[in-house]
Structure formats: structure tokens, C-alpha cells
Design a protein around this ligand. Structure first.
Ligand SMILES: Cc1cc2nc3c(=O)[nH]c(=O)nc-3n(C[C@H](O)[C@H](O)[C@H](O)COP(=O)(O)OP(=O)(O)OC[C@H]3O[C@@H](n4cnc5c(N)ncnc54)[C@H](O)[C@@H]3O)c2cc1C
Length: 589
């Protein structure tokens, strides 16, 4: 009680004295924490407005979560307007994407199908995919304003459901369900861990944006090139400077890096939530922020790059694109290596990737090589090395990118867009429209910079007028109950059924949101990689994401998993690498 009172007094003091306390002729100063694209954008925009900016980055290099790929597919100005503006401003050249990467393909039991092939050769699967897309589009259309996805109680109810439950209701044939699962886990996270409202909202945002818009060009060098362009513009950058503590008071902010204290008028915090959770902030954040730091779900996505002396695959016809596979090991694409040779970049996502955290890098690479070798016997001989990026166990990231779990929009929607006294927040996770993308990171940096200026000008930011959870929940429950006939929910499930909201009644919104998977694996460790390659047939999925705390990634589990796996190595057969198709996706590089 006493502590809360002290905190309240401190907050009031800071609030009262912000902005106005700065002398008119003094150059305003800001510290930006985090040298990813969000922090770089914020620092660049503030510096351009005459601020004195210091950027602090924990690692020795700048750029944050850039993928392993040395070139990156990017969207056009319709899909990623802010990204394209910066590319133009820094005169970074892009190359038009070849036609074949602009439409999706399918890899079914190792065989590649274009969308047209699928219609003629696998009509039941093609038909089911269409039905899924139509139902998803209906769902997306039900959101008028993607900035306000829980505008009414019906939509609010969707936040209490997970995507897997919704897919179950569609009763899709096995192959179609596997392809869809793979698409969702690669773009976001495992369907069982995703809020249905978040999934619908994201599809609303990208409604009218085609695959062709999303993969319109190639950025040679990938996003690190853009990061470097920002770096060149900035005057004060301190790398290898992990921030451990922040104090804000009526005079400004003080930021601790080792034994050094940096001081400034304002601060932009541009680091992922798991990293932020480790920083001591005084006065402390309120309970809602603390809960969000710990509980907000991040998708899981790791990358491996296998390097070869020369390409070991025969076909270079289809070098990249978005390929949805029914084999769980994930997506891959091929690219020429910078110093000769060829690379295969493989993305592991969702629970398959969680599972593989039990493996060391080399073991993981071996598993993939075994599969490659089955199709390309020269693979082992030409193999020269590998790189692995595990975003979810990297302390500076703690996950691939934001992917709201069930109940989390209701609790945390746009929370980080509100400054906390002298601190504004940036990062892909703070962007309401394009989280998990370069676009979202850049937009958030712009927003945070402009908020800092607003704070200096004396503007106050009212707490968001979030509908109270309890009121909306009660109303949501009533709607769900009423919709027993051919109403909204029936359309939502393709006319086939009612929603299964009873498992997560909205009235229990506060309990429903799991604390999904921070760093430790929430996935079971029993299945072996041999099983990972073959996705489970469609079956009713768990309606709740397993709270991470139930399955900490402790060593015995890892050992068990390895043990279970090893004897099966030789029996692995189908993998998405029959034709190493170069591969990318909407968000995936
Ligand atoms: C595998 C993968 C593929 C992707 N592919 C694409 C794609 O094709 N297209 C697309 O648009 N998006 C893609 N994304 C998403 C995109 O990369 C991210 O949204 C974006 O890079 C996030 O930028 P950020 O600045 O928000 O965070 P980050 O890049 O994570 O930057 C945060 C920085 O803060 C630093 N930091 C952390 N803690 C501290 C501390 N205590 N003190 C100081 N510094 C600290 C970190 O080291 C890091 O540099 C992909 C992401 C992943 C993981």
C-alpha cells in the first residue's frame, strides 16, 4: 500500500513537471534504447528535428532482428508504404521480384504444386483451401476498423478463442488443414496459441493486399542494409551497451549501462517485451504493463542457413516464393552465397521449432542434412558449414515477433502506444496494424519519436479508453448464447456450426488468457523430429495454449527428446526439400 502511494506520488510529480520544465533555449535530448529498425527510426527522426540523441544497443552490431537471408523480399508501397519511403530516401536499390515468387505454391508429400496444379491434381484440397479463405475473409470483413478490432461484444468474444478451435469447426480435409497450419505457424505462431480476433484483425489489415504486392521486390543485402543506412545518419551510437536500469523523475531520465549513467529529457524504449522485462524501471510499471511484459505471446521462429560449395539441387527454376508444405519442418529458400557457393535458409516455426530447442545447433543441422541428403546425395560432400539464429532463446528478443494469444487483445490492446511519463515505446510489438514486420518497426519508431516531441510540447496522453473487460465480456457471453441459429457465428464457421466459446466463456476473460510461451518450450518434447517432418493429421486441437510454466525447457526434457529422436534418424523420409524451393512469405524474409 505504502509502496503504491509512493509510486503514485512520483508519477504525479513527473507528469506535472514534464515538458514545461525544459528551458526554451535548451536543445532537447533523448535516449533511444535498442538499435533495431524501430530504435533507429526513432533516433533518426528525433535527430532530424534537432534533438540531441544517444542510441544505446546491447549487442556489438546494429540492426536487431534481421534474418539470416542476404537478400529479402519486400512489399510494394501498397503493402509496406513506410518501408518504401525510407528505401527511397536512402536511395537503396531494389530489384523487381520475378513472377514466380509472387504467387504461393504448395509442397505436398515432397511434390511441388502451383495453385493451378492444385486445382486440377488435388481438387479436394484446392476446394477446401478456397472454403477456408472465404470463411476467413468473411471473418476479416466483420471488423470495420482494424485499429479497434474488439469494437463490439461479438468481436470481443473472438479474442477468447484460439485459431485452432476455429479451424476444427471448418472440418477441413487432412492435407488442406496441414497446409493451412503451416502457413499460420510460419506467419504468426501455432494456431492453438493464437487469438482468433488477432488472426482476423491481421487478415483485415491485409485485405485487398495481394501476394503480388507482398513480394514485389528484392532488397539485396536484406534489412541490414536499411539498418546501416540509418546508422550512417546518426551522430551518437553506443554499441555493447546493455541497459539494466532506468529512473525517471521530474528532471528527466537516467539510464544505467554497467557503471555508466546516461541522462536525457526523454526516452524511447525500442526493445522487445521479454528484454524490457529484465530492465529495472523506477517508478515501477503498473500491473497491466507488468502482466503484458510477462504474458504477451511471441511467435516462435528460428532460422538455419546451410552452406554448400555449389548448388546440389538440379533445378534453379523456382528460386524463391511462399511455399506451404504439409511437412512440419517448415519453409526454406535458396539464395546465392555472397562469397560463391549456395545457401539454403530453412525456417522452423511454431511448436516444431519449440520442440527443436531441445537440440544443439549441430544436431538440428544434422537432422536437416539427413533429409536433404535423401533427395540430393551430393549434399553431404558439398556441405561447408552452417549458421543458426534462435530468436526465441535470445535474451535480447525472447521470440520471433508479437502474436497475441487468446484473451490478450482484450487485455493489452495498444497498451504500448501510450507513453509512461517520459518514456515512449517503439518496436514491432507496439504497432497495431503491422506487428511482426519491418513496416511495423519503422512505423512505431516514427510514432514514438513524434510522441516524445508532443511530450516536450506539454501534451498529455490519456489512458486508452479500453472498454472494461468485465462489461464487454458479459455482453460477449450474451451474444454468443443468443447466436444459436444462423447468425454471425454460423457465418463465421462457414455456415456449419456454432462457435465453441463455451470452453473459454468470455465472462472469464481474465482467466482465459494463458501466459503463453515466453522463452521456455511450451511444446511437448515427446515426438521426435522424424515426426516433425510429417505433420499430425487434422484433429481437434487443444483449446488453450499450454502455459509455458508447465513445460520449462529443462535439461532432462532435452535429453529425453534427443533419446527419442536418435534411433529414428534413418527412417525419416519425406521432407519439404525434394525440390529445394526457394521460399519466402509475407513476413518471412
Ligand atoms: C526469422 C524472422 C524473419 C523475418 N522476416 C521478415 C520479413 O521478411 N519481412 C518483414 O517485414 N519482417 C520480417 N521479420 C520481422 C522484422 O524482422 C521485425 O519486425 C523487426 O526487425 C523488429 O525490429 P525492432 O526494432 O522492433 O526490434 P529488434 O530488431 O529486435 O531491435 C531491438 C534491439 O534492442 C536491443 N536490446 C535488447 N535489450 C536491450 C537492452 N537491455 N539494452 C540495449 N539494447 C537492447 C536488441 O539487441 C536489438 O538490437 C522477421 C523476423 C524474424 C525473427
Amino acid at each position: 500500500m505504502a509502496a503504491a502511494w509512493v509510486r503514485l506520488c512520483a508519477l504525479v510529480l513527473i507528469g506535472v513537471s514534464s515538458g514545461a520544465a525544459l528551458a526554451k533555449d535548451k536543445t532537447p535530448s533523448a535516449i533511444v534504447v535498442g538499435g533495431g529498425l524501430a530504435g533507429l527510426t526513432a533516433a533518426y527522426e528525433l535527430q532530424n528535428k534537432g534533438w540531441q540523441v544517444t542510441l544505446l544497443e546491447a549487442k556489438s552490431g546494429m540492426g536487431g532482428r534481421s534474418g539470416l537471408a542476404t537478400s529479402e523480399w519486400i512489399g510494394n508501397a501498397k503493402a509496406q508504404p513506410v518501408l518504401n519511403q525510407y528505401l527511397d530516401r536512402f536511395k537503396l536499390e531494389t530489384l523487381p521480384a520475378p513472377e514466380f515468387v509472387r504467387t504461393p505454391g504448395y509442397l505436398i508429400d515432397g511434390e511441388y504444386f502451383s495453385a493451378t496444379d492444385l486445382t486440377t491434381k488435388q481438387p479436394a484440397t484446392a476446394e477446401a483451401l478456397k472454403r477456408y479463405e472465404k470463411t476467413l475473409d468473411d471473418l476479416a470483413r466483420s471488423i470495420d476498423d482494424p485499429l479497434n478490432p474488439q469494437a463490439n461484444s461479438t468481436l470481443f468474444a473472438l479474442d477468447q478463442m484460439n485459431v485452432s478451435t476455429w479451424l476444427d469447426k471448418l472440418q477441413l480435409p487432412t492435407t488442406a488443414r496441414q497446409l493451412i497450419n503451416q502457413q499460420i505457424r510460419t506467419r504468426y505462431d501455432e494456431p492453438s496459441r493464437l487469438s482468433l480476433l488477432y488472426f482476423a484483425q491481421q487478415n483485415r489489415v491485409y485485405r485487398g493486399v495481394s501476394d503480388r504486392d507482398l513480394r514485389a521486390a528484392r532488397l539485396p543485402g536484406g534489412s541490414p542494409v536499411l539498418a546501416q543506412a540509418f546508422v550512417k545518419q546518426l551522430k551518437t551510437i553506443k554499441t555493447s551497451s546493455p541497459v539494466t536500469a532506468i529512473v525517471q523523475d521530474k528532471d528527466g531520465v537516467s539510464v544505467k549501462v554497467g557503471s555508466t549513467d546516461y541522462k536525457a529529457d526523454y526516452l524511447v524504449m525500442a526493445i522487445p517485451l521479454r528484454a524490457l522485462a529484465k530492465i529495472q524501471i523506477t517508478p515501477g510499471l503498473d500491473n497491466q504493463h507488468v502482466a503484458a511484459l510477462k504474458g504477451t505471446n511471441y511467435g516462435w521462429r528460428d532460422q538455419l542457413m546451410l552452406k554448400f560449395k555449389q548448388p546440389v539441387w538440379e533445378s534453379r527454376a523456382r528460386m524463391s516464393g511462399e511455399i506451404f508444405s504439409n511437412a512440419g519442418l517448415g519453409m526454406l529458400w535458396i539464395e546465392p552465397a555472397l562469397k560463391g557457393g549456395a545457401n539454403v535458409v530453412i525456417n522452423l516455426s511454431g511448436d516444431n521449432a519449440r520442440l527443436l530447442q531441445a537440440f544443439g545447433d549441430k544436431q538440428m543441422v544434422d537432422q536437416v542434412l539427413i533429409r536433404l541428403h535423401a533427395f540430393y546425395p551430393q549434399a553431404r560432400g558439398a556441405f561447408t558449414g552452417y549458421e543458426v539464429k534462435r530468436y526465441s532463446i535470445d535474451a535480447g528478443t525472447g521470440g520471433a515477433y508479437l502474436a497475441y494469444g487468446p484473451g490478450q487483445i482484450s487485455k493489452y490492446w495498444r497498451l504500448w502506444e501510450r507513453p509512461v511519463q517520459r518514456i515512449t515505446f517503439a518496436g514491432e510489438h507496439t504497432d497495431a496494424l503491422y506487428p511482426g514486420t519491418l513496416e511495423g518497426a519503422l512505423r512505431s519508431g516514427q510514432r514514438a519519436a513524434s510522441q516524445v516531441q508532443d511530450l516536450l510540447a506539454g501534451k498529455s496522453f490519456d489512458p486508452a479508453k479500453a472498454a472494461t473487460v468485465a462489461a464487454a465480456a458479459t455482453a460477449g457471453a450474451a451474444v454468443a448464447k443468443k447466436d444459436s441459429g444462423g447468425g454471425f457465428f454460423s457465418r463465421l464457421f462457414g455456415g456449419s456450426d456454432k462457435p465453441d466459446v463455451k470452453a473459454a466463456p468470455v465472462a472469464k476473460a481474465e482467466e482465459v488468457a494463458p501466459a503463453p510461451a515466453p522463452a521456455p518450450a511450451a511444446a511437448p518434447v515427446a515426438p521426435a523430429p522424424a515426426e516433425i517432418a510429417k505433420e499430425e493429421p487434422a484433429k481437434p486441437a487443444a483449446t488453450k495454449a499450454a502455459p509455458a510454466k508447465h513445460t520449462p525447457a529443462h535439461k532432462p526434457a532435452a535429453k529425453q527428446a534427443k533419446k527419442a529422436v536418435e534411433p529414428k534418424k534413418a527412417t525419416v523420409k519425406s521432407e519439404p526439400v525434394k525440390k529445394p524451393v526457394d521460399n519466402t512469405q509475407a513476413k518471412a524474409n
